[in-house]
Each structure stands twice: as structure tokens, then as C-alpha cells.
Design a protein around this ligand. Sequence first.
Ligand code: SF4
Ligand code: SF4
Length: 85
Amino acid sequence: MAKAAGTVIINTEMCKGCELCIPTCPQDSLALTAMLNKSGYHFAELVNNLCTGCTNCALVCPEAVITVYRMPKIKAAAAVAGVSA
Ligand code: SF4
Ligand code: SF4
């Protein structure tokens, strides 16, 4: 099976900055920002493009604010290039 490419969308306004998601990421793709959200929490963000869509982060997030998107690498590359796979 081809390795997948993925990405995450984080609802940063609902993040509580607990950091549980960060060590679960095998790609070191998550970190807390220096910025604060409206509730006063530093929030998690995607910091590189190595996400595989493994869903570890979404599974541990107690606030359920992480949505994972995953697609086969060939389609991801085609999307970046602007062509259909
Ligand atoms: S889905 Fe997996 S690889 Fe992607 S950010 Fe979450 S833990 Fe990291
Ligand atoms: S686990 Fe959820 S609430 Fe905690 S820092 Fe990560 S995104 Fe924010």
C-alpha cells in the first residue's frame, strides 16, 4: 500500500493548549504557537508538511478540535502540481 500524505485542520479557537497531541505525532508536525486564542490559550498548529494523516493527534485530543485529511501520495503530488491523477 502506498504511503499516504495528509494534513490536519485545527480549530484553534477551541484548542486548550494541553499539548497532548504534540508527542503523539510521529512526524513532529505539531507545536504550540506563541500566540494566544480568544480564550487565552496557546494553541496547536501544523509546523511542517510531513503529516501522513495517521490520526494519532485527533484521537488523543480531548477537545476533538483536530480534523485529519488523508490522500494517496500520488494524488497529493498531482494536487500540488495542479493536475488530475
Ligand atoms: S495526523 Fe498523524 S502525522 Fe498528521 S499531524 Fe496528526 S499525528 Fe502528526
Ligand atoms: S490535544 Fe487538542 S486541545 Fe490539546 S493542544 Fe492539541 S489540539 Fe489543542
